[in-house]
Design a protein around this ligand. Structure first.
Ligand SMILES: NC(=O)c1ccc[n+]([C@@H]2O[C@H](COP(=O)([O-])OP(=O)(O)OC[C@H]3O[C@@H](n4cnc5c(N)ncnc54)[C@H](OP(=O)(O)O)[C@@H]3O)[C@@H](O)[C@H]2O)c1
Length: 229
């Protein structure tokens, strides 16, 4: 059974996750960052794409709220993140899973494993990335019941395209960026009737931002991929 997947990120009013050159720290207000750490503490795993690790080098730990730091998962087909990334350095590797596919050189995989990281060798998806459904099922097999995905844009888009997202928790900051990295890219939707709907949507003001939480509902007949796989 695959874990439940909650996608959480901060965006500007015009739907940007970062500036054109990738700057995203910080779109949201400090109080929203606390919310993000509270949410981390309630999940079994936090997942990000390799692009986010390469750009931001996040620690992916719980620091601004009480609670344990969950497992860290980095989706990184070719294992391109540096071995001194914060998710691997200073003993962090023991709590980190690197999800790779056949593009990852075996010597890099062994180096990461020698640091203590778990390397999951997964099949590729048609676009060359890691097959995300296989990754979620593999995490489920390891006892992970819930995953919080923090970005970036490519990973969020792939998960939505694959109908693998169950919930959203989006912090909307009262800012406009214009051009920038859009939070959600092309999903192949060309008809409004095919749009992904947000059910039970709740808007909560938080530290000057607006927090939207909702359940994701896919169009009839094209339901979310079953959690049973
Ligand atoms: N505002 C926020 O809340 C927030 C949160 C997080 C990040 N960000 C920003 O987002 C930007 C990074 O976003 P990004 O889109 O460049 O990177 P990303 O989504 O973090 O990572 C994308 C990379 O993951 C790898 N990947 C492997 N399998 C994949 C799959 N099936 N689907 C998608 N990706 C897969 C690919 O690299 P390989 O092909 O090398 O495997 C891909 O290029 C940064 O600017 C960061 O600051 C903002």
């Amino acid at each position: 059974m695959r874990p439940t997947v909650t996608v959480s990120y901060a965006q500007t009013l015009d739907g940007r996750l970062a500036t054109l050159d990738g700057g995203s720290q910080w779109i949201s207000a400090p109080d929203s960052l606390c919310f993000s750490h509270e949410l981390r503490a309630t999940h079994d795993a936090i997942m990000v794409g390799a692009g986010t690790v390469a750009r931001d080098d996040p620690r992916l730990t719980v620091r601004l709220a009480p609670g344990e730091s969950p497992l860290r998962v980095v989706v990184d087909s070719s294992l391109r993140i540096p071995m001194d990334a914060a998710v691997l350095a200073r003993g962090a590797a023991g709590g980190t899973v690197l999800a790779v596919n056949g593009r990852a050189p075996e010597d890099r995989c062994r180096e990461a494993e020698s640091l203590g990281a778990t390397v999951l060798r997964l099949p590729p998806e048609p676009r060359g990335g890691v097959d995300l459904r296989s990754l979620l099922l593999s995490l489920g097999d390891r006892g992970v019941g819930s995953v919080m995905v923090e970005g970036g844009a490519a990973l969020i888009t792939s998960l939505l395209r694959g109908r693998l997202v169950d919930r959203l928790a989006v912090c909307i900051a009262p800012k406009i960026l214009g051009s920038g990295i859009e939070a959600v890219g092309d999903l192949g939707i060309r008809d409004l009737a095919e749009s992904i709907a947000l059910a039970e949507a709740a808007f909560t003001p938080r530290g000057g931002d607006l927090l939207l939480t909702a359940r994701v509902e896919y169009p009839a007949g094209r339901d979310a991929v079953s959690r049973a796989g």
